[in-house]
Each structure stands twice: as structure tokens, then as C-alpha cells.
Ligand binder design. Sequence first.
Ligand code: PLP
Ligand code: SF4
Length: 350
Amino acid sequence: MSSGQCLLVECTMHDVLASDNSRPLSWQSQLSDLVTDPVELCRLLALDPDDLDIAAAALKAFPLRVTRPFLARMEKGNPRDPLLLQVLPSAAELLAIPGYSEDPLAENSSRPAAGILHKYAGRLLLMPTSSCAVHCRYCFRRHFPYADHIPGKAAWADSLEYLRQTPSLCEVILSGGDPLTLSDRHLQWLLGELEAIPHLRRLRIHTRVPVMLPDRVTPALSETLDKSHLETVLVLHSNHARELDGEVAAAMKRLHATGTTLLNQSVLLRGINDDVATLARLSEALHAMHVLPYYLHLPDKTAGTAHFDVSEKEALALHAALQAILPGYLVPRLAREEPGHPGKTLLGHG
Ligand SMILES: *Cc1c(COP(=O)(O)O)cnc(C)c1O
Ligand code: SF4
């Protein structure tokens, strides 16, 4: 994953303007002030590095990267904290396990133009940035050659032209990287371009940023979504109710006010959310902030992530147990991606 150079330039400029200590830090400043050093991580969480299974080689392969608001929700002194385990570079990542590969979904073969991943009927996935506010250890794109696929200005023209020439496409999905690490100005430009394409009806944004950096949900972002004639959908990525504090709730409330459909996608992760009570609490916490659970994903067979894996049998049992205690609208669809399939494969009932 690349380090998002262009973003850092914007941050630096912003820091100069916002150096007044009495004001809260802008989201750009927060995004340039991530925790990337395991020693600092341990200090902030009152943990002894010996309690954690940190591996230098795992850190080098996919660096530690976490926002301070997310870190603040972790329980101090708990080496098994479910939020911490999602970002901790652990020695378990270094094991080579048969059946786990660097490109488990064979995504590298489905790109009509740089920055585009065209996999789904009627929907087009655009990847406008390689940058994320966090590095999730389970990420299926952790080995992805992002830097090769992030369009410059010329490639944007190609992607937009492809969209214009493909009337069967009615929805654009912004994924990444995390599209909400882009500036409001950049998003407004992109939205303007998309709105000028007559056959497009929906814009969908997949993002973990409202969880990682709730201040990113600025009035300008809300206004952009509110004013768009496209139907806007935001799919949050949250895996645990403890990720969702009052700040996140306030951000989701701002997004709700724009009329955007709010959904959530989770990954089922061993040792993090693989029990019924935790999943039920997540669904209820999401609904309390106007978000409906959409997908519960089995992890992909990505090299370095086998220790998070939950078997299909266990996942089906958890899903059935969840259905038994929650109203149907709070039960996410259990799904997995399979290479070569044009969409997700649903498992279980409903
Ligand atoms: C599954 C998925 C999609 C598209 O699939 P839908 O069934 O249309 O939701 C797009 N982006 C991401 C990141 C996904 O996981
Ligand atoms: S935010 Fe999404 S794309 Fe970025 S590291 Fe996490 S799972 Fe991967």
C-alpha cells in the first residue's frame, strides 16, 4: 500500500493554517498525526511490548497505522482488546499457510482502466485513492499493488470515459483505499463529473473513515452529499460496537440528515467479533445511529490473515443464532467472495 503522498502535501498546508493550539485539530491534521510506532502504541495503551505478539517483519510488510480517536476507544492494559487486535502487526501474519495467497480474489485480472475494478453487474468500482486512515491487519488488499492502479489526471479521463460509454452502469462505488481520505474539493470535483453522466443514478461510498476519524464528516462533505441529485449510499465498515462512540454517532447523524442511505459491512474475525452477543450488540449500536447492518463477511483467504479466519460452519451457526435473537432487519447477510464470481456468495438463510 502506498503512503498517499499527495494527501500529505495537503495536510502540511493545512497544518500551517491551523497551528493555533486552542482550536480542535482539523481532520487533515489528525490524519497526518497517526500512531505508526509500536512503542508509542504500547505507551498510550499502558501495555508492555512483551505482552504483545508484535513482529518487526509484519510491521515492515504492512506498517502499523491507526488514528488517535480509534486508539482512544481501546481498553488500556488489555492486550486482547478487540480494537487493538484489528491493527496490531502480529507474528501470526508471517506464517505461510497453504490456500492463502496475496491476491485471493484474482482482482488483478478485472481492470478495464487504471483505478477501476469492474466486477459487478450494473455497478462499477472506482478506487480513487490508495490511502486509508488505518491499516486493518485482516485487509484483503494488504498485498495489493495500489500504487500501480491509482489514476493520475489522464487516467481519470479514461475511467470517466469508460463510464460514459457504458450505459448499463447505473451505480458507481467508491472504494479504495478509503475515498473519504480525499479532500472535499477532490470529492466535489469527482461528484460533479459523475453527475454529468446521464445513466448514473447512485453513488456509493465504502468507508471506514467515520469510525476512524469522525471529524472527517465535515459540513462541506454533508452539503456535497445533500445537494447531489445522485442517490447516495454510504457503507460504513465497522466490526465491533466498541468502535462506535458518541463522536461516531454524531458523524452518522450528520450523514443521516443528508438523506444518504447508511449501511454497514463487517468482517467476521476470530477473537474479535466471533460470538453472538458481540454481533448482536454491533447491530443494535449501528441501528441506534441510523445504520442498517448489510454484510457480515467471511475473511478472504489472504496471506497473513489466517489467524482471523472463522470456518464456514461456525459462521453459519453464529448467523443462525443471530437470526434467532434479532429482528430480521438487524441481521446482516452472511457472505463470502469467491474468485471469478461476479458478486458475493450468500451463505445461510436470508
Ligand atoms: C461487496 C462489495 C461491493 C459490491 O457488492 P454489493 O453486493 O453490490 O454490495 C463493493 N465494494 C466492496 C468493498 C464490497 O465488499
Ligand atoms: S480501511 Fe479497508 S481498505 Fe483500508 S486497510 Fe482497512 S480494510 Fe483495508
